[in-house]
Design a protein around this ligand. Structure first.
Ligand SMILES: [Zn+2]
Length: 144
């Protein structure tokens, strides 16, 4: 099991993030999905399509559309949970390909990219451990 960072560690890294070339390219492609697609699930597939059409840095030997997110660095396989389309999780695994195994690096870069492109969605999210989750609908009854 990898060692996951705390919410505070991720936020600190996000707030001090300097975007490198790869992060700028990922942000630009994510922005294209925002400009053209309004459905969250479809947006993920459009994003993957944009990545695969680009240079080998962002493509994979195989994408495994299954039930979990992972990056298999030995075989260069990206795993996508088809039942739970998530741009942040996909960015996280992409960052493992680009930056290695470190969880704080992968998660803080993924969150920083997402926050830059989707600030209004980021504002409706909270952290559960190191993971960014969308808040429950405000119509649900408040917790006692
Ligand atoms: Zn990870």
């Amino acid at each position: 099991m990898p060692i996951y960072p705390s919410k505070e560690e991720v936020l600190d890294a996000v707030n001090n993030m300097v975007f490198d070339k790869n992060m700028k390219i990922l942000s630009k492609k994510l922005w294209l999905t925002k400009a053209h697609i309004d459905n969250h699930g479809k947006r993920l597939y459009y994003f993957l399509g944009l990545l695969l059409l680009d240079n080998p840095v962002f493509s994979f030997t195989k994408i495994d559309f299954g039930t979990k997110y992972y990056y298999d660095s030995k075989h260069d396989i990206l795993g996508i949970d088809e039942n739970n389309p998530s741009l942040v999780s996909t960015l996280h695994e992409m960052c493992h390909k680009l930056y290695g195994h470190d969880e704080l690096t992968a998660q803080s870069k993924a969150v920083a990219i997402f926050k830059k492109v989707f600030p209004e969605v980021y504002d409706k999210c909270h952290f559960e451990g190191h993971m960014l989750k969308l808040n429950k609908c405000s119509k649900s009854p408040p917790e006692q």
